[in-house]
Design a protein around this ligand. Structure first.
Ligand SMILES: Cc1cc2nc3c(=O)[nH]c(=O)nc-3n(C[C@H](O)[C@H](O)[C@H](O)COP(=O)(O)OP(=O)(O)OC[C@H]3O[C@@H](n4cnc5c(N)ncnc54)[C@H](O)[C@@H]3O)c2cc1C
Length: 391
């Protein structure tokens, strides 16, 4: 039988396939056991793994080779994330967030930004994440209220960002803020690299999500926090469009990770049901139970096919707006439903916090919010119907 991921892997270069293979080896064994142990203890995965990822070069997977990156393709990045998501969705999500910051820095950063941030970011000593959402809302990004007021040598930042991935350990943020005009009025939205350091002008608080602390979600508040002039990424009025430019790729990426986690969960449930016996035969030999697992496999394969179609479009620079939204909506729903089925199907064992399926379920549930909620995705798909579905 063909490997579940063969469609992707056939399109990778030899070197990219080696990255995927290395990730598979890395994630199996000690890493997998370590993230599960943290989950059982109600803690985030150990931060030491980030240095190990840096040593393999994954933090700069898509950074330019001239900067010490691999310059890998989008499909390669997806496959690396999938290999990690088979063992822990949350760690793959955290890796992806930082990679996104590094890629952006390498590909579009100014010389000053690259000089200040890139080396520590590639080493994993300075983690980056994008800060758009606020306590007042995340879907309606254009309504954000954080302000950047021009001052000598830079800007003064005020406001609060919420639900930041890796938020408890990031050293820098890509912040979207409204640049106040001379009269103090709220102006257009710009984006900035914001070094955090140990400044007293930054307050950080964990947002505790039971079962999903590995995301290290945090709320970060700024009170007259200084942002240096070199930190400007997108000038007022251009930041929203620049940030949204990568949203399709991000949606498909999350969808691909959901597929990988669901695939791992189904494999685990099938193996368990082959091994465990009831009424004189393996669980999987009972037709009623076998059909339930079969139903999960149907949705998994459908999700995989849709996500691959969307990923191909991102890879070739197509226009996957509708497909990306469909892929994320379908894959997230399939993964949450499918993993929940697997947890239930294997009996009470699945209810134990010590079981990996439980970790998968808690972590995958978080995919429903980031990079577009179901309602926002359906809205996006709906608005594209007249152009996407025309004979
Ligand atoms: C694990 C995780 C990681 C995250 N990482 C980051 C990060 O690193 N950086 C960052 O900036 N943010 C991050 N977020 C925040 C995420 O982007 C937001 O949760 C998301 O944008 C939704 O915003 P909200 O939760 O404030 O919901 P709201 O925007 O308050 O929406 C609440 C509900 O109303 C619905 N709704 C809103 N508008 C409409 C509409 N027009 N029609 C119909 N229904 C509507 C929504 O779908 C949702 O169900 C993360 C969230 C999670 C859970």
């Amino acid at each position: 039988m063909l490997d579940f991921y063969h469609q992707y892997d056939e399109l990778l270069s030899e070197e990219e396939r080696r990255h995927v293979e290395a990730t598979r080896e890395f994630c199996t064994g000690v890493f997998a056991e370590s993230v599960l142990a943290s989950h059982v203890a109600g803690e985030a995965f150990p931060a030491k793994w980030i240095a190990a990822w840096a040593a393999t070069g994954w933090l700069g997977l898509q950074a330019k080779p001239a900067h010490g990156g691999f310059g890998a393709s989008y499909l390669c990045k997806i496959r690396v994330a999938q290999e990690m998501a088979r063992h822990s969705f949350a760690t793959a999500f955290c890796l992806n967030h930082h990679q996104g910051g590094v890629t952006r820095l390498s590909q579009t950063g100014t010389p000053a930004q690259i000089e200040q941030l890139l080396t520590p970011a590639l080493r994993g000593e300075l983690l980056l994440t994008t800060a758009m959402s606020e306590p007042g809302g995340g879907s309606d990004v254009a309504a954000l209220t954080t302000t950047a007021t021009p001052i000598a040598g830079g800007w003064s930042l005020n406001g609060t960002k919420a639900w930041l991935t890796n938020g408890m350990m990031v050293g820098g943020l890509i912040v979207l803020a409204r640049v106040q005009d001379a009269g103090g009025g709220g102006g257009d939205i710009a984006s900035f690299y914001v070094p955090l350091g140990e400044a007293a002008t930054v307050r950080r608080q964990e947002i505790v999500v039971p079962g999903a602390r590995s995301f290290r979600l945090a709320e970060i508040a700024f009170a007259d926090h200084f942002v240096p002039e070199w930190g400007l990424i997108a000038s007022p009025g251009t930041a929203l469009k620049a940030s949204m430019a990568s949203v399709n790729a991000a949606r498909v990426h999350v969808a691909a990770m959901c597929v990988a986690t669901l695939h791992a969960a189904l494999c685990e449930a099938v193996a368990y049901c082959e091994d465990r016996h009831a009424f004189g035969k393996p669980l999987v030999a009972h037709q009623g139970l076998r059909w339930e697992l079969a139903e999960v496999s149907v949705r998994l394969e459908a999700a995989n096919a849709l996500v691959f179609r969307a990923a191909e479009q991102v890879q070739i620079g197509g226009n996957p707006v509708g497909l990306a939204a469909q892929a994320k909506k379908f894959a997230v729903d399939a993964a949450i439903w499918g993993i929940d089925q697997c947890v239930r199907i294997i009996g009470a064992t699945g209810a134990s916090a010590a079981h990996r399926l439980n970790m998968h379920l808690a972590e995958v549930r978080m995919a429903a919010y980031a990079d577009g909620t179901n309602e926002m995705l359906l809205d996006r798909i709906g608005r594209g119907l007249p152009s996407d579905y025309r004979d």
